[in-house]
Design a protein around this ligand. Structure first.
Ligand code: ZN
Length: 157
């Protein structure tokens, strides 16, 4: 493998810009647009948020939780998708890959063949983006330096 400086340059050349999804509301709309395009009949997602408490390690990129609450005497499943806050400062391709991953869990709980087929259906370059994201995570672990910065109005970070 190339020196880490080479890897960083390669990733930046391949993905020049950070995405523009700044807020939880924008993230919810982003995920909803993908869901209504590809998974119209899957269960409703109630909430999609960036979560600064999720620490991304290479094997756990996101976290999908189903919270059961009693509503009007019935038990209703609420689907919440939590995306690690580090995904605020990545290219659109990486954000899309992680959102697609979490949406696919609405149908498939396990990381099985059907799950990855669903991911590829929503994003044909899913595996390439996941590979490149893992390279970026390796870069972050080694250097601690982000490759993409958000521009424009920022949240609390
Ligand atoms: Zn998963």
């Amino acid at each position: 493998m190339a020196q880490d400086g080479g890897l960083a340059a390669l990733l930046q050349r391949k993905y020049p810009q950070a995405h523009v999804v700044r807020t939880d509301k924008a993230l919810y709309h982003y995920a909803s647009a993908l869901k209504s395009r590809y998974l119209r009949n899957a269960e409703v997602v109630n909430k999609v948020v960036f979560d600064s408490k999720i620490h991304v390690v290479r094997h756990a990129l996101g976290l999908h939780t189903t919270v059961s609450r009693v509503q009007g005497g019935r038990l209703a499943a609420k689907h919440e998708i939590r995306i690690a806050a580090m995904f605020k400062q990545v290219p659109d391709e990486f954000l899309r890959m992680i959102v697609v991953h979490e949406l696919a869990h609405l149908r498939e709980r396990e990381h099985n063949k059907a799950f990855y087929q669903l991911c590829e259906y929503m994003e044909p370059a899913y595996h390439q983006y996941e590979l490149d994201l893992r390279l970026y995570l390796t870069h972050l672990e080694k250097s601690g330096m982000r490759l993409w910065q958000t521009t424009g109005p920022l949240g609390m970070e």
